[in-house]
Design a protein around this ligand. Structure first.
Ligand SMILES: NC(=O)c1ccc[n+]([C@@H]2O[C@H](COP(=O)([O-])OP(=O)(O)OC[C@H]3O[C@@H](n4cnc5c(N)ncnc54)[C@H](O)[C@@H]3O)[C@@H](O)[C@H]2O)c1
Length: 242
């Protein structure tokens, strides 16, 4: 269902929402009654997407501690609370172990891993104070198994899965749930240059997913319907990781 009231009254922050999966989540969340704020380093694209979807946009580099403080302060000033954080922003880096340059490693870890850590750490006090909240961290099948030729990316996505479990244990008693989502091959700009033919042979459903198919799962985890789910990994990969 693309519209309804499953997030009625909730305020949601989706990072990396200018395009791709983040934009699909913003569209679905908005259709279900949430006030949605998307953030991204792509300012023009972010503003355009927000205009099309009727949500709000804030420029934001998730690797910056200072910008996290500013973004969360701005949202709580405007809306008085923050119910949902989707840590969706991420970059792909394809390189084998021996070809992974330290600067590329540092960049991938800063965005995909430290960005998720900073996001959870910044919103946790806001959610704990209200005694409720849902954090959804977008990992990958590369957070469940070693993917050949993606050393830094796989490291960062395994870290997201681990951090999710720690945060769930620490924040659960305060009513805040934290889960990770593990997409397989999703049709977005990230995978445009990806050698998909070979990978599709390992997908029982035999096709890549539309971003909306990930958004449906993220909507469930963001909503109160998932009230007893925390610290878990939720896979949306057409059966790839079996
Ligand atoms: N596409 C896939 O097949 C696939 C599979 C598994 C996991 N994922 C994960 O899903 C998430 C969404 O990716 P997507 O498929 O929509 O790709 P995408 O490249 O279309 O979207 C990623 C977004 O993150 C933004 N971003 C990058 N660095 C940022 C930063 N430092 N601060 C803020 N925003 C930043 C980008 O500008 C972009 O808008 C990512 O975490 C990605 O790793 C994607």
């Amino acid at each position: 269902m693309t519209s309804g009231d499953r997030l009625a009254g909730k305020v949601a922050l989706i990072t990396g929402g200018a395009r791709g999966q983040g934009a699909a989540e913003a569209k679905l969340f908005g259709g279900h009654g949430a006030t949605v704020v998307i953030t991204d380093v792509l300012t023009e694209e972010g503003e355009r997407t927000a205009g099309e979807l009727g949500c709000e946009f804030l420029p934001h580099d998730v690797a910056s501690e200072q910008q996290w403080k500013e973004v969360v302060a701005e949202i709580t000033d405007r809306h008085g609370k923050l119910d949902v954080l989707v840590n969706n922003a991420g970059i792909l880096h394809a390189a084998r172990l021996v070809n992974t340059r330290t600067e590329d490693w540092d960049r991938v870890i800063a965005i995909n891993q430290t960005g998720v850590f900073l996001g959870m750490r910044t919103v946790a006090p806001v959610m704990v104070e209200r005694g409720s909240g849902s954090i959804v961290n977008i990992s990958s099948v590369a957070g469940l198994e070693g993917v050949f030729g993606s050393m830094a990316y796989t490291a960062s996505k395994f870290a997201v899965r681990g951090m999710t479990k720690v945060a769930a244990k620490e924040l659960g008693p305060a009513g805040v749930r934290v889960n990770s989502v593990h997409p397989g091959l999703i049709d977005t700009d990230m995978t445009t240059d990806f050698p998909k033919e070979q990978m599709l042979k390992t997908v029982p459903i035999g096709r890549e997913a539309d971003a909306s198919e990930v958004a449906n799962l993220v909507l469930f985890l963001a909503s109160d319907e998932a009230g007893y789910c925390t610290g878990q990994e939720f896979v949306v990969d057409g059966g790839m990781h079996g």
